[in-house]
Design a protein around this ligand. Structure first.
Ligand code: BGC
Length: 807
């Protein structure tokens, strides 16, 4: 039995008001206050959700980098989501983390949403199932999970202030559904309140924190704020329990004062503290309570590889894949992302993997007897990219890496360290960022190729770039927009041309002036020192790739975005692929009919050339084992296991719900319950690829559908020549209804894996709210529903009718 808040009433009685209030704000960026007198240690909270970063953002303490949430959701597999949670908890325990700040379960309302890659789906039922499985997996090992961001945090523009105007019905049926299931089914120990407002009240002061979360779903955990989202004493009157980060915040002394003056009731404080103590007991942070001793043995790197393949969606295949390795003499690997693999999106979700397998690495390793050529084809990276460790020598130690120094106003050294990366984020940790006047980065850079590079840095503030002791540029990098978090994690670049010669070392020094600033991010710094790619002659890059493709048996073009394009802190401005990637694909496909395109992006992109290529595979941000997983899929070692969790459009103008920009501070969710495929169905527009679509390497037939009010049963036959995975999808319809319902909505799903020729009878549970709608409470409209079964929202060969009675 999990400890409950009521178990700690006696302990609470031993605390003064000051002690109680202190517990309710973090002691620093990532941890809570300890109280040794009652046997309470500090609890560490960490992002998440695709791996666990730990309390420092540092390549010397790397983390497993799992495939992005969009890849996980594409598996449609609750067992994989559960495993993903278990692996996250193992990482958390390895790193001394008590609470994982995930999963992100906001919805793919618009494909432009900056954190789309970090969330699961446009469908509430699919999101809810995955959320509950992930949470259960994490918590099984005594680590808290934090479904976030409660609620309607589905876009990034003006995210701190935007007010979402949304009907109660859409809230309950769509945006709250996954939170409901994560709480009622998986008993999440925390929920994170969002930055935005919902119907006029900011999330940390919103009644939704009490109803439905507590009063209807029975949540007895901790509502932690999004970082800096607690802005007032007022929020303490609401069911907002823990304010992060600390130690400075809106509560503290002001809250003690407010309790003393009677403005805030002490029992509101007590309720929060009891929940915090219960959480501490649950994660083993309170004396007398331990985390479970037994943990499963999991090869976490192997899991990252298989999860990436399970989440890869084969959209088109003209009998091209899988490739037979023994028949490939030469393969042309093309694309910026093929070499500089994008394994994760940007923002607080970032983790630092020990190593990454790019598509190029993965294919080279898998094809030892094939000649594998590489051409960049088109530049995708914007701004400076970090220097590969193999090109950096620390001038102090002579070892690979760099030396950083933190200098006081008088030039004296406050702190120095040796690093193995030129992309550095200080957010928490020991570096005295707040007291530093100048930050200095030094490395000896030995380029691999001769030519002109753009040397520089990405950060915020005034900086100086030196090469071999000579000042090349001094300038100020100014952030776009007012989002401090975005400026920190996706900063602007300043660079200067420099001619380099392969193998000849250059002493690189960058100085950055730091400004003292108060508040949560005052002690934070992010800087990347590196080079910008040469984009001066795009046609030459395409020509080179075309020549390579022409001379090869097959070509694989890896197109995509990166962590600057898809990031927390800003929404995308276009669905088009960055740079000249569309021209590149067209040219390569024209040169070699056996061209396979791989999309390395966390969210939908436009693919105007999709009918010109032999096969099309979406791999998302594939995590650290990305390249190995891709090779497995292309060579048929495993099947691509993914089905789209979100509709992919032909044209941006076709997307029925796309807007992410507040008007007069407000985003109106006027489409109600009609988002995603529901909106496409209502608009009657054909997308490029439908929700649920995805091919494997075998064929299937479905027959003999039977339905009850709680499940459907169907016979599934693998009619092909390979073993394979099928995702059975069940949709409900209510052709004649007095309620404004979607034309069709997901009611249930199940994964089935069968050998070639095998037949099995599969029962698919239906979601508990399938036949209900929200009208102040869950309500059933009795009568006839149609249930359709198949392999995507637009491929549903079987159907049956069901009479539903009033409850
Ligand atoms: C993000 C959260 C994250 C937190 C801590 C916020 O900016 O919205 O998702 O958990 O920072 O990094």
């Amino acid at each position: 039995m999990s400890p409950t808040p009521a178990d700690f009433t006696d302990l609470l009685g031993r605390l003064t008001l000051e002690q109680k209030v202190q517990l309710l704000t973090g002691q620093d960026f990532w941890s809570t206050h300890p109280l040794p007198g009652i046997g309470l240690r500090s609890m560490v909270l960490s992002d998440g959700p695709s791996g666990v970063r730990g309390p420092v953002w540092d390549e010397r303490d790397p983390s497993l980098n799992l495939p992005s949430a969009t890849a996980l959701s594409s598996s449609w597999d609750l067992a994989i989501a559960h495993r993903y949670g278990v692996v996250s908890a193992l990482e958390a325990r390895r790193k001394g983390v008590d609470v994982v700040l995930g999963p992100t379960i906001n919805l793919h309302r618009s494909p432009l949403g900056g954190r789309h890659f970090e969330a699961f789906s446009e469908d509430p039922v699919l999101t809810a199932g995955l959320a509950a499985a992930y949470v259960a997996g994490v918590q099984e090992l005594g680590v808290g999970a934090t479904p976030k961001h409660y609620v309607a945090n589905d876009f990034e523009t003006d995210r701190f202030t935007a007010d979402v105007v949304v009907s109660q019905r859409a809230l309950h049926e769509v945006y709250l559904l996954a939170f409901e299931q994560a709480v009622t089914e998986a008993e999440a120990w925390l929920v994170m309140s969002a930055y935005n407002s919902i119907n006029g009240a900011t999330a940390s002061e919103n009644e939704l924190l009490e109803t439905p979360l507590n009063s209807e779903w029975g949540f007895d955990g901790v509502v932690v704020s999004d970082w800096t989202a607690v802005r007032s004493v007022e929020s303490a009157k609401h069911s907002q329990d823990l304010a992060m980060p600390g130690p400075i915040g809106a509560w503290g002394d002001a809250l003690v004062e407010a309790v003393r003056s009677g403005e805030v009731e002490e029992k509101a404080i007590d309720r929060k503290v009891l929940r915090l103590l219960a959480l501490a007991a649950r994660v083993g942070a309170l004396e007398g309570f331990e985390k479970p001793a037994a943990v499963p043995e999991v090869d976490t790197v192997a899991f990252a590889r298989s999860a990436a393949a399970e989440g890869s969606v084969l959209l088109l295949n003209s009998d091209e894949l899988p490739w037979n390795a023994s028949t490939l003499r030469r393969i042309a690997v093309i694309g910026h992302n093929a070499r500089d693999a994008r394994t994760q999106g940007g923002g607080s979700a970032t983790v630092i993997p020990a190593s990454v397998v790019s598509p190029l690495d993965g294919l080279r390793a898998a094809l030892p007897d094939t000649e594998v050529t590489y051409s960049i084809g088109a530049v995708v990276q914007e701004g400076v990219a970090e220097l590969p460790l193999s090109t950096m020598t620390n001038p102090e130690t002579g070892e690979p890496g760099a030396r950083t120094r933190f200098l006081a106003e008088d030039g004296s050294e406050l702190f120095a360290e040796d690093r193995f990366s030129s992309a550095l984020v200080y957010l928490g940790g020991n570096a005295p960022v707040g007291d530093t006047s100048v930050f200095e980065f030094r490395t000896t850079y030995t380029p691999g190729e001769s030519g002109a590079v753009l040397l520089g840095f990405a950060s915020v503030g005034r900086g100086r770039i030196y090469a071999d002791g000579k000042l090349l540029r001094e300038d100020t990098a100014v952030p776009v927009g007012a989002d401090l978090g975005a400026a920190l994690l996706s900063p602007p670049s300043i660079s200067t041309p420099l001619d380099v010669i392969a193998g000849r070392p250059v002493d690189v020094r960058v100085e950055l002036e730091l400004q003292r600033s108060e508040g949560g991010l005052g002690n934070a710094l992010s800087i990347t020192v590196g080079v910008e790619p040469d984009r001066s002659d795009p046609q030459a890059l395409i020509d080179e790739a075309v020549a390579a493709a022409r001379a090869a048996d097959v070509a694989v073009v890896v197109v995509g975005t990166n962590s600057k394009v898809e990031s927390e802190g800003h929404d995308r401005t276009t669905l088009a692929l960055p740079g000249h990637q569309d021209e590149l694909v067209r040219a390569v496909a024209a040169a070699n009919p056996r061209t396979v395109v791989v999309v390395n992006a966390g969210s939908p992109v436009l693919m105007p050339w999709r009918d010109e290529v032999a096969a099309l595979l979406v791999t998302y941000f594939g995590g650290q084992e990305y390249g190995n997983a891709l090779a497995d899929v292309l060579l048929g070692v495993v099947e691509p296991g993914g089905r789209l969790p979100t509709t992919w459009p032909r044209e941006e103008s076709d997307v029925p719900v796309i807007d992410v920009t507040p008007r007069d501070g407000t985003v109106r969710y006027d489409e109600g319950v009609h988002i995603g495929y529901r909106a496409w169905l209502r608009a009657g527009t054909e997308p490029a690829f439908a929700f649920g679509h995805g091919l494997g390497y075998t064929t299937w037939s479905l027959s003999n559908l039977r339905a009850s009010a709680t499940s459907v049963t169907v016979t599934v036959h693998n009619t092909g020549r390979r073993s394979g995975k099928h995702v059975i999808q069940v949709y409900a319809e209510r052709p004649e209804s007095t309620v404004d319902r979607p034309i069709r909505w997901l009611a249930g799903f199940a994964v089935v894996r069968l050998e070639a020729g095998e037949t099995s009878e599969i029962t698919v549970p239906l979601h508990a709210h399938t036949f209900e709608y929200w009208d102040n409470t869950w309500t059933t409209e009795p009568g006839t529903f149609t249930l359709r079964v198949g392999s995507s929202v637009s491929d549903l060969p079987l159907s049956t009718e069901l009479q539903v009675r009033a409850l």
